[in-house]
Design a protein around this ligand. Structure first.
Ligand SMILES: [Zn+2]
Ligand SMILES: [Zn+2]
Length: 262
């Protein structure tokens, strides 16, 4: 049994065959899927999905690309959605993205701070997205951690999703209490550095995700990703770390249950 902690099944990629995608996920042993919102429209769609499928839970937030959407009216709508359902388990995905920089940095920062305050108010963990212009740059992470230090108490309750940083960032996340989530990009041929970082991640802080429809595993590269492919990630972690698949599944499932209260 596995918990898929990050998928975007409300995206148009799934509009014609979501039932089949969900059936394959179940066959693969995926017990629970957290559908992560990236826009206000996505927040409503995620809650809808959590009503349609028992195994789907929702995270509500706005991706930094759409930070300009975040105003008081938007936050009020999210508060209403949280009050309307018991299946909302996190605020996310929220954070900073200076890689594609689709919103000005200042706009991203002020939206992020609003979500930090909301997560505190609603007592929900954070699903964090943080991406740099260049792998050497630390501007986004510095700004992200500073904002969290100013607005939250340690240890932080949340997860750094789609981890793609170095050991230094790993340390920083772990020291502040965050969980670390890896995607199927661990299976990519050129991901040696990332596989090294994964080896240094304590298993009791590890979560699994696909970030579907993005980042399909090496063998399915170029295709649409889907939660069933989480299997490939479990296989890769087991092989690289000489662990039993069963143990990886059990421990990451417990981690996810603890963090998200599922
Ligand atoms: Zn993301
Ligand atoms: Zn995502």
């Amino acid at each position: 049994m596995i918990i898929e902690t990050h998928a975007h099944l409300d995206f148009p990629e799934y509009k014609n065959d979501l039932d089949a995608v969900m059936a394959r996920a179940k066959e693969s042993g995926i017990a629970t899927i957290i559908n992560v919102s990236s826009s206000l429209k996505g927040c409503f769609a995620s809650v809808d999905l959590s009503r349609r499928y028992d195994s789907i839970y929702a995270a509500l937030g706005i991706h930094p690309h759409d930070a300009k959407e975040v105003d008081n009216a938007c936050l009020d709508k999210i508060r209403e959605l949280v009050a309307s359902s018991k299946k909302i388990v996190a605020i996310g995905e929220v954070g900073l993205d200076f890689y594609r920089n689709l919103s000005p940095k200042e706009t991203q920062h002020s939206a992020f701070v609003k979500f930090l305050k909301l997560s505190k108010e609603l007592n929900l963990p954070l699903i964090l997205h943080c991406r740099e212009e260049t792998p050497e740059s630390r501007e986004a992470q510095d700004m992200l951690f500073k904002a969290m230090e100013e607005n939250l108490e340690l240890p932080f309750k949340g997860v750094m999703h789609c981890f793609s940083g170095d050991e230094k960032l790993l340390r920083r996340c772990l020291d502040s209490g965050l969980h670390i989530s890896f995607t199927c990009n661990v299976t990519f041929k050129k991901a040696d550095r990332l596989r090294e970082v994964l080896k240094r991640t304590p298993i009791d802080k590890l979560l699994l995700e696909t970030d579907s429809p993005f980042l399909a595993p090496q063998t399915e590269r170029g295709k649409r990703n889907e939660p069933a492919y989480l299997r490939y990630l479990v296989d890769a972690i087991a092989e690289d770390n000489e662990m039993q698949k069963k143990d990886i599944e059990e421990i990451t499932t417990q981690n996810a249950r603890r963090l998200f209260g599922i």
